[in-house]
Design a protein around this ligand. Sequence first.
Ligand code: FAD
Length: 467
Amino acid sequence: PGEEMRAQVLVIGAGPGGYTAAFRAADLGQSVVLVERWPNLGGVCLNVGCIPSKALLHAAKVIDESHAMAAHGISFTAPQIDIDKLREWKDGVVKRLTGGLSGLAKQRKVTVVTGEARFVSPHQVAVEHEGQTRIIGFDHAIIAAGSEPVRMPFIPHDDPRVIDSTGALELDGVPARLLVIGGGIIGLEMATVYHALGSKVTIVELMDQIIPGADKDMVMPLMKRISKQYEAIHLKAKVTAVAATSAGLKVSFEGGTAPASDTFDKVLVSVGRRPNGKRIGAEAAGVAVDERGFIAVDRQMRTNVPHIFAIGDVVGQPMLAHKATHEGKVAAEVAAGRASAFDAKVIPSVAYTDPEVAWVGMTENEAKAKGIKVGKGVFPWAASGRSLALGREEGLTKVLFDPETDRILGCGIVGPSAGDLIAEAALAIEMGADAEDIGLTIHPHPTLSETIGLAAEAFEGTITDLY
Ligand code: FAD
């Protein structure tokens, strides 16, 4: 077909992976076309993921702390929640960022094309928008089509009372009783928000712990806290049916401590995300997509077709924005002829719950499963002056070391701001630091970051002073 436009680098999808790739390719002198089917740039992360969730979690934290201070001599009247204004503020944060991206694209002369792209040949896509189709040719393409929430066949997803994370972030009212299906990061973050806004929350999780990717000791402080706050948390249990009735959503359960059935005002389905690899006409370009929709890539982010790259959620776990951006840079650099490869040793994970749970590198579960011997240093935050001064004492910092070389292998942190703290451990792993390096690094006092140095000292047996 006749080409309306040609790019040296064409990027499909403007999420964190896609816009980073487009900007990097443009900075390296390539002519770039960025195709996005949504009206705004930013993908899931900026529009319906990382950013709006963090804005609402900030609101939740302020509400919770206003309650908590009553025990320490400062009482506030009950917060008055203006849900419309809260939604406006959250939308404003998103708009500022997505608008900023449009400006950055213009500055770099990245051509943004609105529409849904599908490959029609190994060097062309067709982009559909409002009934119009345009053909765009390319030398290199980067697939950054992301992922979407998993749906389940026995759940009436068309009922407006059944929501996914996008629906939860729309903040369309506060249900009296909310069931969250899936005790992973996204479900627990949304539970945190709705609990603070006044919902009675129930969580149902198939595995024997919430946040199954993290070690149990890292999850226990969170579990303990939310067990007191929420109506129920059912582990090793599953939902077998959801029936829409005029009285609410009647949910049938099986296993664990769950009742046979119960009725909720809203049900949030957060059981995982599936990649969008099957929706881009990959076969027309010869790009291999597995049965789940993932696209396999090598360390240069190339698919089986050497001039076509893939990055972000569509290439596999962990589905995280910071993985997508780093992969995006690599793909753009390789497309522009540079020698680049994805070479991260570790990718940190964070649940922005209260307390936050963060981990990076090897977990104890993983070490056990692989039969790898690890040494560990643990520092309980009950011995951190700063933690007590925050009115909190449940946190824990655990650092895993190679028992022969003393090199850091992994780290888990649970407590307020754990997500910010975990970056130090990620750097230590990338730099090949050992316990002495970390223990001898002077951390500012009194901070929560000291707990990493102290955990390293605990491993070495050199720990002396607490508080
Ligand atoms: P996406 O962000 O999914 O973007 C893909 C883009 O491609 C979309 O804009 C889509 O419209 C577009 N697209 C798809 N197909 C086509 C097509 N054929 N033509 C044109 N456009 C197309 N990650 C974190 O690291 N930290 C967090 O705190 C965090 N919080 C989250 C909270 C929630 C509620 C959710 C749902 C996710 C969260 N994530 C978080 C995950 C994060 O959002 C994703 O890992 C990240 O957005 C993936 O980036 P991506 O570029 O691969 O794809």
